[in-house]
Design a protein. Structure first.
Length: 156
């Protein structure tokens, strides 16, 4: 299920965010890109329809965080980035590892999906603890809900 950030949650002005929140949001948009890119590859290699469906949702997650970045005038590292290419070196390495692992078998692909969603949820929970802006809180809550749903789908 794709979740879309509601337009009325965006503030009328571009307030500032603490540096730690900015850093986490930039990481988060790339983490959502990682999920999208990995799932797109695994959809083809495994043939499992769950990956194709969730790939679309991950794009929506990226769009939601991109909108937050734009609101707060934060550079979005995913704009113009090709599939599998990341500015964050840790995510670039993780992408390669997850693709290698996920292509071994359909069971391994599902394990990769579970790992990604568990990581997303943990990172969203971490960010939620330091955010005070309503629009950012709303976006995080929507993404977390989506990740919980994706995790449940992979565990079925």
């Amino acid at each position: 299920m794709a979740l879309t950030l509601l337009a009325n949650t965006t503030p009328a002005y571009a307030a500032t965010l603490p540096a730690a929140v900015k850093t986490q949001l930039v990481y988060l948009v790339e983490e959502e890109k990682l999920a999208r890119d990995v799932y797109a590859v695994l959809a083809k290699s495994s043939g499992n329809q769950k990956f194709a469906n969730i790939t679309k949702s991950e794009q929506t997650h990226m769009n939601n965080i991109s909108a937050i970045l734009k609101t707060y005038k934060i550079s979005d590292p995913t704009i113009g980035a090709k599939a599998g290419v990341f500015k964050n070196a840790t995510l670039a390495k993780l992408y390669k590892t997850l693709i290698t692992q996920g292509k071994k078998s359909e069971a391994d692909a599902i394990k990769v999906g579970i790992l990604i969603e568990e990581k997303d949820i943990a990172d969203l929970d971490k960010l939620a603890k330091i955010v005070t802006q309503t629009d950012v809180k709303t976006a995080i809550a929507l993404l977390r809900s989506g990740s919980v749903n994706h995790l449940a789908a992979f565990k079925r």
